[in-house]
Write a protein that binds this ligand. Structure first.
Ligand SMILES: [Zn+2]
Length: 113
């Protein structure tokens, strides 16, 4: 049910932004997501289809951009960006990493009419 409350806040933010811009319809909602945000985009889309009925966001498409994960290496002390597929310091190969980001989840922009 995690995605339901997230979708409600995405919808709220998007509708507020759309009315500020004087937009009559939201075509797409772009989200930025860290690789460890734990959010399933398909679930967000599913909830949005239901929640947005009768609003300016009815029929809006969810578009997701995954942002890289920033880490600090505990062995060599360098910061780098890694992906979920390769969790390793690119400089020294250490796996002693401290996560600096990756849980982000935010509305990046809207495509409106
Ligand atoms: Zn390192």
């Amino acid at each position: 049910m995690h995605e339901l409350s997230i979708t409600q806040s995405i919808l709220k933010i998007s509708l507020e932004a759309a009315s500020q811009q004087g937009a009559t319809r939201i075509r797409a909602i772009r989200l930025r997501m860290g690789p460890f945000s734990g959010v399933v985009p398909e679930c967000v889309q599913m909830y949005l289809d239901v929640l947005a009925k009768g609003t300016r966001a009815e029929g809006a498409k969810i578009e997701v951009e995954t942002v890289p994960l920033k880490v600090l290496c505990r062995d060599c002390g360098r910061e780098s960006e890694i992906t979920r597929e390769r969790i390793q310091c690119p400089f020294c190969g250490s796996i002693q990493l401290k996560r600096l980001s990756g849980n982000e989840f935010m509305v990046d922009s809207l495509e409106v009419d």
